[in-house]
Design a protein around this ligand. Structure first.
Ligand code: MTE
Ligand code: MO
Length: 229
């Protein structure tokens, strides 16, 4: 098993997680994929599952690290590589501007995250639609999510609705009501880039203290959902 990165602890299970507002919000109609490609592009597109089927499938086992200090190792994802998606769909069909390297992921629950294009072209970055051999459920980001293992969980947007390519990095802000300092532009796990302008050692204990309340809320939400709510 790979060693845990600095400040991380192994979680007992891979459970649905997120910030309180989003953990309580569950998007509807997660069966069909409709992914808008936009931003500074020549042609806005709406991508469906059929478009993704034309790309090579990729499978990988990777570790997942939440900024609140829990990690889960050895998750088996499959989907398409972001690099293939970019090369075979985005570049030829949407034709982003040459300087459009600020990539924004918008989720159907109102969540959003961003990463620089060069980070997304790494071989272990997937647009994933299965976990451990089964289609993604409502808990882990159906119908399609970003998996970028070198970056903290908060960059790995679930329930993708749009991917935008912008020349200007200010097109994105960390979702309200949460402060911008919660989002590091790259959030690399190996470098412990937990937040922006706040040292990792300050954030570690604060974030660690949040885990139980988020888990409780998330489990309560899933329980209500299973009763049809
Ligand atoms: N759409 C959406 N994506 C999201 C979040 C969210 O609340 N909504 N939370 C992020 C955070 S903080 C983490 S740790 C992971 C959790 O992924 P999981 O729910 O599959 O465990 O999703 C990330 N992506
Ligand atoms: Mo997280």
């Amino acid at each position: 098993m790979t060693p845990l990165p600095p400040g991380q602890r192994e979680a007992a299970a891979f459970e649905r997680f997120g910030l309180w507002h989003f953990v309580w919000r569950v998007p509807r109609d997660l069966d069909t994929l409709e992914l808008v490609i936009g931003g500074d592009v020549e042609q806005e597109l709406t991508i469906t599952a059929a478009d993704l089927q034309a790309l090579p499938r990729a499978e990988q086992v990777s570790d997942f690290h939440c900024v609140t200090t829990w990690s889960r190792r050895g998750l088996r994802w499959s989907g398409v590589r972001f690099a293939d998606f970019h090369e075979q769909i985005v570049a030829p069909r949407a034709r982003p501007a040459a300087g459009a390297t600020h990539v924004v992921f918008r989720a159907r629950d109102g969540y959003a995250s961003t990463l620089p294009l060069p980070d997304l072209l790494a071989a272990d970055v997937l647009l994933a639609d299965t976990l451990d051999g089964a289609g993604l459920g409502v808990d882990h980001g159906a119908p399609l999510r970003l998996v970028a293992p070198a970056h903290y969980g908060y960059k790995n947007a679930k329930h993708l609705g749009a991917i935008e390519f912008w020349c200007d990095g200010h097109r994105h802000r960390f979702p309200k009501p949460y402060p911008r300092l919660m989002e590091h532009p790259r959030a690399r796990v190996a470098d412990e880039e937990r937040g922006a302008g706040v040292p990792a050692w300050v954030l570690r204990p604060l974030y660690r203290a949040l885990i139980p309340s988020v888990r409780r809320l998330s489990r309560a939400r899933l329980k209500r959902l299973s009763k049809g709510d």
